[in-house]
Design a protein around this ligand. Structure first.
Ligand SMILES: *Cc1c(COP(=O)(O)O)cnc(C)c1O
Length: 494
């Protein structure tokens, strides 16, 4: 009994169940009731270890029932197609350090979790004696889709179906998904935004009739979104890696804290940093950076979560989200594991479009997290400025993080804490906007833009994108929101 639903602590699951099912059957997220503690000795020990050993060590206490050796085999395999240092740090100045999380196969941070998740899922099904084929459903704002397809393509015993908002992702992001030709994958564009895709997927999950029908046909539904606990764990690990890297390179005194800035949408990546802090990693401030869909900025400064606002399509599309699913796990911690209270808030969000947390809870949030946002104009300006001042080229999402950190420092000039800014995607994934920021009028097709960006920056086009050039878009299905279920059934021939 290691995990419970965030809406009802009587609904329990072990690690294998939490990973295999993805979501509790009351619609809640699986969350741990007790958290592990990492001592400074543990962290010193980790600073001597390889990346895959570090991930296995950090993951073990978060996944009771999985042993270190088993996890080590998975992480070895999962990170074999990353560079030898999967999460390198580039320093802009003495206290500003970019944690580059985009050197995996699809060039965004989601590769860290989605390279490992297929191993965790396959093992979980085995532990549960389930011989059914897993049907992975994912809603994507652009990067989860390609990373999940990469991870699950050709995995026997799994099929994966990705829904993306048509027109809501960059060209390169779409091509990365729609060119996937493996027979166990399906990619569908929906006529709606990411929130629509995400709630459509959640509806399929909580539809008992769908579950029963799939079950009968030999399938079990699972999730590759960050609602799956198996997504959060590998992300907790790279904050430990960032810390030991800073210490090993003399940029941080061992035992002293660092700040962490995270460009945020679904609150998954920053939640991982919060868990790392709660489990003993010395972190001072968490800095939550949003784009113009700044529902989290408002929530953190006022204690009111209000999604009744216009959904904006921005140049950082992977953060175009108004319903941040993983905030539910954070609420569960804030409310000291009171599932009833969480359920009340989430019900209010569904029915009235807003909720307000208690004064005490809000005080805790404000102490923990600084929040800010950057609109498109500010994002473009900071890309240019960072390039001119430091010779560092960031993508649009990372730029939102850099901008909000700037603002934080202006307001808190006495905070000298070394700071990690999570760089969540490669600038080449968003070549259009990056070129625009640099003042280059981007002519020609996507590949000419990549070449232009490479020429200006002196950075080679990342291989996975260069390889896309010769590929065909083999997935062309588009559907309405009310057809998501029938599209899934058609694909599975049900
Ligand atoms: C998914 C994504 C984000 C947002 O991450 P969350 O875990 O949803 O907060 C930020 N940047 C990029 C590039 C992403 O792909």
């Amino acid at each position: 009994m290691n995990f419970v639903s965030t809406r009802d602590i009587n609904k329990t699951a072990n690690s294998a169940e939490a990973i295999a099912y993805g979501l509790a059957n009351d619609g809640g997220l699986f969350a741990p009731l007790t958290l592990p503690n990492f001592s400074l000795e543990d962290i010193a020990y980790l600073s001597q270890k390889s990346y895959s050993e570090l991930v296995a060590f950090v993951a073990e206490p978060f996944l009771p029932g999985f042993i270190y050796e088993e996890l080590g085999a998975f992480t070895n395999c999962a990170y074999s197609n990353f560079p030898s240092n999967p999460a390198p740090i580039v320093s802009l100045d003495e206290k500003t350090h970019i944690l580059e999380l985009f050197h995996g196969p699809t060039l965004a941070f989601k590769d860290f979790a989605l390279s490992l998740l297929p191993h965790l899922l396959t093992a979980s099904l085995k532990k549960l004696n389930i011989s059914k084929t897993a049907v992975i459903l994912a809603a994507t704002s652009g990067d989860t889709g390609s990373a999940a397809l990469e991870g699950f393509a050709n995995i026997s015993g799994a099929k994966i179906c990705v829904f993306y908002p048509q027109g809501g992702v960059s060209n390169i992001q779409r091509l990365q998904m729609t060119s996937k030709a493996e027979t166990n994958v399906k990619v569908i564009g929906i006529k709606g935004n990411f929130d629509d895709a995400q709630s459509g997927v959640k509806n399929i999950f909580s539809d008992f009739a769908v579950g029963a029908k799939l079950e009968e046909a030999g399938y079990i539904l699972s999730s590759a979104n960050s609602i799956n606990w198996g997504r959060i764990v590998p992300q907790i690990a790279y904050y430990f890696s960032a810390y030991t890297n800073l210490v090993n390179t003399g940029k941080l005194t061992f035992g002293k804290p660092m700040n962490v800035v995270v460009p945020t949408g679904n609150f998954g990546n920053i939640l991982a940093a919060y868990y790392a802090k709660k489990c003993g990693l010395p972190i001072h401030k968490l800095i939550c950076a949003s784009n113009s869909n700044n529902v989290l900025t408002n929530f953190i400064s006022t204690g009111v979560y209000d999604r009744k606002r216009t959904f904006l399509a921005t140049i950082s599309p992977s953060m175009d989200i108004l319903i941040s699913s993983n905030l539910e796990r954070f609420l569960f911690e804030l409310y000291n594991h009171d599932g009833e209270a969480v359920k009340t808030l989430i019900t209010a969000l569904a029915e009235e479009g807003r909720y307000k947390i208690t004064h005490e809870a809000h005080k805790v949030v404000e102490e923990l997290i600084y929040a800010g946002y950057a609109d498109d104009k500010a994002t473009l300006a900071i890309i240019k400025e960072t390039w001119q001042k430091y010779g560092y080229l960031s993508d649009t999402h990372t730029a939102v993080g850099i901008k909000v950190y700037r603002e934080y420092i202006e307001k808190n000039s006495n905070d000298k804490t070394p700071t990690i800014i999570a760089a969540t995607a490669s600038p080449f994934k968003f070549a259009d906007s990056t070129l625009e920021a640099l003042g280059v009028s981007a002519l020609g097709d996507d590949f000419e833009k990549l070449a232009k960006l490479s020429e200006i920056s002196g950075i080679a086009i990342p291989k996975p994108l260069g390889n896309l050039m010769n590929k065909e878009e083999c997935h062309k299905t588009l559907c309405n929101l009310n057809e998501m279920k029938s599209q899934l059934f058609d694909w599975l021939k049900l």
